[in-house]
Design a protein around this ligand. Structure first.
Ligand code: PNS
Length: 162
């Protein structure tokens, strides 16, 4: 298989995301990590910082490229001429949402397929939401976030509180 897109908010990128990215990178020739640039959804980190964090985290993976996108994911798929979306599944509640997203994306752009990779058990509780909570209370995030990103966050990467 050739190319896929792994989209997300990555607010911030976690070791759980990295596990999915590395596994996708071993299955596909090229993996685009698509960072959602969404002005309506107020996150902790601005899009430009989230992109920098993803770039730092994937810098050692030769076939992984970081892109940012605004609006519909299918427009990015069209632009990059890619029809495979990768998503990670941690829990039953993830599954329900991912089924809906997969259905809508396929309706918007027929031929779009969503491939789900099950999170490894040790990653199944790691989420950006938990990491943001820990950051807010100045707790240690090194168990959940790639080293490069821990350094960026502790070094004062700009962010809003939740
Ligand atoms: O990291 P997340 O928040 O689970 O990622 C969700 C994401 C970015 C994949 C999803 O919200 C998305 O694709 N947003 C772009 C808008 C879109 O195309 N939505 C799907 C059709 S309603």
């Amino acid at each position: 298989m050739k190319t896929c897109i792994y989209p997300g908010s990555f607010d911030p990128i976690t070791k759980g995301h990295m596990d999915i990215i590395k596994r996708a990178a071993s299955l596909f020739e090229t993996v685009y990590v698509g960072v959602l640039y969404n002005s309506a959804k107020k996150g902790m980190f601005p899009a430009c910082e989230r992109v920098k964090m993803v770039e730092a985290a994937v810098s050692g993976l030769a076939n992984v490229k970081t892109v940012s996108f605004e609006g519909l994911l299918v427009d990015l798929l069209r632009e990059l001429k890619v029809n495979i979306i990768i998503r990670g599944l941690r829990t039953n509640s993830d599954l329900e949402l991912e089924q809906q997203l997969s259905y809508v994306n396929n309706n918007l752009l027929p031929g779009t397929e969503t491939f789900a990779l099950f999170s490894r058990p040790e990653m199944s509780f790691v989420s950006s939401t938990i990491v943001r909570e820990l950051i807010t209370f100045h707790a240690d995030i090194s168990e959940y976030v790639p080293d490069e990103v821990v350094t960026m966050i502790n070094g004062g990467t700009k962010h809003e509180s939740i």
